[in-house]
Design a protein around this ligand. Structure first.
Ligand SMILES: [Cu+2]
Length: 476
């Protein structure tokens, strides 16, 4: 049952009561480790209900990691391991997926690897490459609700090579977690899945704040954008008409920067871009806009995301090198196998090759490190299917026979498959062995039932091998 506040109460629109660009921007707090040893940083996060102020003067119940919305930011270094103890003080079961990480199966947040209320589970993450990750609930059939209520947070891994590039760092390296929500007049969330098809809120939140304004200096800033919305995709662009300088995809830095007048981002995707505010006089306001997309429902202010107010002068020692990272693009000829996946809706259920999720069915048995091409075919008019594979990094080969968008050329784990599109991706399946899920990241489709699994190698550890344990937990 949906809790009070999550039932579909129609389309009560509160967005008219909020004037965009009147609330200050903030970033999620960085989580401090409980302790460190020579190899590992140890963290603890408690999932709990909290009453927070998202709309001015109103209170919203959230289910949050440490009771905040969105969850705390975890920052790690490549090569060090992360241990996170997740304690469940909610009254629902949860499962935690660190999206993008090459986690072993038992720490990947398998759909049925549940943490019951008053249980805890310890997760170990290897941090094998620098990129933007995000941790979020993956509870079977409940992902939409649980993430909507607040169970999502960002997780950044950096490495020495990236830090040596002199890209904007520290206070000039800024996470942007974009989500849409709908609110009841009392401030509670309304979750309307439009008959298990799509969730389209009328309020756009950045790091939990409706349409914030950010005051900044006339210099370059790096933004790490995560679309943590249930279903809504965004087409980001600047009101000045200037280009965004894209530098990173889901799997980390791109080979080279790409100037793009707009950047499209589907649920689950991450992109990094730089905006150079040095071209604007002090006093300039630059809006981050959301251009129209056929798959979206539009409300009065869903064409806006946030704004940047250039308020002070600063010198800028950062730079954007022409070469960001050496990326080996996998040639099509390296693939030894091609698999086709038809994305459909049959009798109201979202399916892959006609199949629903089945715990006991594996749709692809893949030898470790085998190179494969996966083809996603979206034949019907049903919005966007952002297809996500757990545990592996891939590259897009083409979309309807055309090259990927310039800013899609890099390591990715979510692929935008639009209406009437055929998207081909290539990857080396590994390094982890075992069972991993792949699914649509429109969370409504994922819950209902556009999800399946593949298995890499043989004899991988069971994804439910590391069971949650009852509280109280021993000291970390
Ligand atoms: Cu979908």
């Amino acid at each position: 049952m949906l809790p009070i506040g999550l039932q579909n109460r129609g389309n009560a629109q509160l967005s008219g009561s909020i004037v965009p660009f009147t609330l200050p921007f903030r970033t999620p707090p960085v989580l401090n480790p409980v302790r460190k040893d020579s190899t590992t940083d140890y963290y603890q996060i408690t999932m709990r209900k909290a009453q927070v102020e998202i709309l001015p003067g109103r209170t919203t119940e959230i289910w949050g990691y440490n009771g905040i919305f969105p969850g705390p930011l975890i920052k790690q270094s490549k090569g060090r391991r992360t241990f996170v103890r997740f304690i469940n003080n909610l009254d629902i079961s949860t499962s935690i997926h660190l999206h993008g990480m090459e986690s072993p199966p038992q720490y990947d947040g398998y759909a049925t690897d549940s943490i019951s209320p008053r249980y805890y589970k310890d997760y170990l993450y290897p941090n094998t490459f620098a990129a933007n990750f995000w941790y979020h609930d993956h509870g079977h059939t409940q992902t939409t609700r649980n993430v909507y209520m607040g169970l999502a947070g960002m997780y950044i891994v950096q490495d020495d090579e990236e830090l040596a590039l002199q890209l904007p760092q520290g206070n000039y390296d800024v996470p942007l977690i974009i989500q849409d929500r709908q609110f009841a007049p009392d401030g509670s969330f309304i979750l309307n899945t439009n008959n298990q098809t799509t969730v389209m809120g009328d309020v756009i939140l950045v790091n939990g704040v409706p349409w914030p304004f950010m005051q900044l200096a006339n210099r370059k800033y790096r933004f790490r954008v995560l679309n943590a919305s249930s279903s809504r995709s965004y087409r980001l662009s600047l009101s000045t008409g200037d280009s965004l300088i894209a530098i990173g995809t889901d799997g980390g830095l791109m080979a080279a920067p790409v100037n793009t007048p707009e950047l499209r981002i589907a649920p689950g995707e991450r992109y990094d871009f730089i905006i150079d505010f040095s071209r604007y006089p002090i006093g300039t306001r630059v809006e981050l806009q959301n251009l129209p997309l056929q798959s979206n429902f539009n409300f009065s202010n869903t064409d806006k995301i946030m704004c940047f107010d250039v308020v002070r002068a600063e010198t800028d020692n950062s730079s954007i090198p022409n070469v960001l990272r050496n990326i080996q693009f996998i040639p099509e000829s390296a693939a030894v196998r091609t698999r086709d996946f038809d994305l459909d809706q049959i009798n109201g259920v979202w399916v892959i090759n006609g199949n629903r999720w089945n715990l006991n069915r594996i749709d692809a048995n893949i030898p470790l490190n085998q190179v494969e091409i996966w083809t996603f075919r979206h034949p019907v008019n049903a919005g966007v299917h952002p297809m996500h594979l757990h545990g592996v990094k891939l590259q897009m080969l083409d979309r309807n026979g055309q090259p990927p968008l310039p800013y899609e050329r890099g390591w990715k784990d979510v692929f935008y498959v639009g209406e009437d599109e055929i998207v081909r991706v290539i990857g080396i399946f590994g390094p982890q062995q075992g069972k991993f899920m792949y699914h649509c990241h429109n969370m409504v489709h994922e819950d209902f039932d556009m999800m399946s699994q593949f298995e890499v190698g043989q004899g991988g550890i069971s994804p439910t091998a590391a069971k949650a344990k009852p509280l109280p937990a021993p000291p970390l």
